[in-house]
Design a protein around this ligand. Structure first.
Ligand SMILES: Nc1ncnc2c1ncn2[C@@H]1O[C@H](COP(=O)(O)OP(=O)(O)O)[C@@H](O)[C@H]1O
Ligand SMILES: [Mg+2]
Length: 238
């Protein structure tokens, strides 16, 4: 397994928001983490990243225990994270936003097979090349999402964790973001995806995890989930 997070217990104050939560991603996979609002999907990603600290549980990445590393060290180990809020720098140009994603010197993920350069980013996201000097704030919602993804790729992640990338986007843009994730995966980046759009998630994922309140409710291939309308009704907004 590339990522193997096991038995995570995470609290916000007294509130036990992850109860023995586990999720794994194999090399080359796209894995979708689904469930209704407030179940703990974002907290699962934040616990893996080290943004919130699980009280117990283990996060193994490429066989190394990375539990509770600070986020910059998790990134250095090879995990890229695009949060729900897709924080690009609105006052920086597209080019400077991308450069912010470069982990330089000792911080680079030198073991990565997934080396990204500006030229390679422009091949995958042609609109950026034409607009390198435009401020981030002037991009559309979908373009900002793609810039956030592109910036994270500049850190050469082996695993990209993307939280709700199509949220609030127009249908045509949803398709663009979906296609870019498939494209990036084909280029060698494994993906853990939280996505409320079931069609998008099912069209991308090799395997699916469904979260009930604070815990894992179902895990299987997308074919197995396709065959279980009862499970979809229990855990998803369908
Ligand atoms: N910073 C926080 N402080 C306290 N409670 C939080 C915080 N972030 C999320 N929660 C709560 O934790 C639970 C899980 O949230 P979250 O992981 O964001 O769910 P999801 O991403 O599945 O919608 C929810 O009940 C939410 O209200
Ligand atoms: Mg969330």
């Amino acid at each position: 397994m590339l990522l193997d997070a096991k038995g995570l217990n995470t609290y916000y104050g007294e509130s036990h928001v992850l109860q023995n939560m586990s999720v794994a991603v194999d090399s080359g996979e796209i894995v979708a983490l689904l469930g209704r609002n407030g179940m703990g999907k974002s907290t699962t990603m934040k616990s893996i990243m080290g943004l919130v600290k699980p009280k117990s549980g283990t996060v193994l990445f490429q066989g190394t225990d990375i539990t509770n590393l600070p986020p910059y060290k998790t990134a250095k180990a090879g995990i890229g994270y695009v949060p729900e809020e897709r924080r690009i720098f609105p006052n920086l140009s597209v080019l400077d936003n991308l450069k912010m994603g470069i982990k330089h010197g000792a911080a680079a993920n030198i073991s990565s097979r997934n080396k990204w350069t500006l030229d390679r980013i422009f091949e995958h996201f042609p609109f950026m090349k034409a607009r390198t000097h435009q401020k981030g704030a002037l991009l559309s919602g979908g373009e900002q999402q793609m810039l956030a993804i592109g910036r994270t790729l500049m850190g050469n992640p082996d695993l990209l964790m993307v939280d709700e990338p199509t949220e609030g986007l127009a249908p045509v843009t949803v398709k663009e973001v979906r296609d870019i994730l498939e494209d990036i995966n084909k280029a060698g980046v494994s993906i853990l995806l939280v996505e409320h759009n079931l069609k998008v998630a099912m069209s991308l994922a090799d395997r699916v995890y469904l979260m009930g309140k604070a815990h894992l409710g179902f895990t299987g291939t997308k074919e197995e989930l396709d065959a279980r309308p009862d499970i979809r009704a229990k855990y998803l907004e369908v």
